[in-house]
Design a protein around this ligand. Structure first.
Ligand code: NDP
Ligand code: 8X3
Length: 254
């Protein structure tokens, strides 16, 4: 049966790779993000495989989130899978030097944005008595690292919300689970370092990081389990990474 997946942050990285794999595996996709040119490009690419609908909104904008989701046409209204992926780190500074705008961005996007999108979609899943929510957390939501302070706090919040959602939605037969990646080479570090590509490249220097497709493959595995199986919490790191701070940068892995 064809299912419908809504992917936030589908214009780049993990979200885009997830949209691609699900589109090739019998899902209709609702692509979300702010960059309309990228949404159109991806819609064009994936329309060869499936039906695509795009929604351009900023997850920080409560009104836009609800208006966008409420605007879905009837053939895209039954959302089976929600991938709460939109998010980023902004800055990597000590708590004493942190930038208030960076803090606002991370809390508003990674936590409040995830809540707004979930709040707009959960009533549909309750009515259907089915649905699957995948929250993209991070190893930063399991372990704090120096200068990670607020970003880590937002991902600890995602971890808590994932557990809370699973409990509250349990009576309705809705699956809720989180995937917590370690280092994945996407636009993440470019955004964190505000376009400083040398600094971004340094994050992955000397090691083989995860690719967005590695996480997308796992998301596809998670959503394609039989309905009585819920993968509740999954941490995925590159082999070269053992924790937030233990990273083998002399790795000879191919
Ligand atoms: P990218 O920067 O490549 O992608 C981030 C996506 O989020 C983009 O599609 C962007 O779309 C969207 N986004 C950001 N801000 C907003 C906003 N205000 N409103 C709507 N959409 C927004 O990074 P990743 O793919 O790496 O990140 C995806 C998720 O994975 C994030 O939650 C991140 O925290 C998490 N993660 C990443 C890791 C990594 O090492 N890369 C590791 C662990 C977790 P647009 O700009 O078009 O709006
Ligand atoms: C992204 C991984 O280690 O940069 O969530 O925080 S890390």
């Amino acid at each position: 049966m064809i299912k419908i997946a809504l992917v936030t942050g589908a214009t780049s990285g993990i979200g885009r790779a997830t949209a691609r794999i699900l589109a090739k595996n019998n899902y209709k996709i609702i692509l979300c993000g702010r960059r309309e040119d990228r949404l159109s490009e991806l819609e064009k690419e994936l329309s060869e495989f499936t039906e695509i609908h795009t929604l351009s909104f900023d997850v920080r904008d409560k009104k836009a989130v609800f208006e966008s989701i409420n605007s879905l046409p009837s053939d895209f209204s039954k959302i089976d899978v929600l991938i709460n992926n939109a998010g980023n780190a902004h800055g990597l500074d000590s708590i004493q030097n942190g930038d208030l705008d960076d803090w606002d961005a991370m809390i508003d996007i990674n936590v409040k944005g995830l809540l707004y999108v979930s709040k707009a979609i959960i009533p549909r899943m309750i009515e259907q008595k089915s649905g699957h929510i995948i929250n993209i957390g991070s190893t930063a939501g399991k372990e704090v690292y120096q200068n990670g302070n607020v970003y880590c706090a937002t991902k600890f919040a995602v971890d808590a919300l994932n557990k809370g959602m699973r409990m509250d939605l349990n009576p309705y037969g809705i699956r809720v689970g989180a995937i917590h990646p370690g280092m994945v080479e996407t636009e993440f570090s470019e955004v964190r370092f505000k376009g400083d590509s040398d600094r971004a490249a340094n994050v992955y220097k000397g090691l083989k990081p995860l690719k967005p497709e590695d996480i997308a493959d796992i998301i596809h595995f998670v959503v394609s389990r039989p309905y009585h199986v819920n993968i509740a919490d999954l941490i995925v790191m590159p082999t070269a990474q053992a924790s937030a701070t233990v990273v083998n940068r002399t790795s000879t892995l191919k």
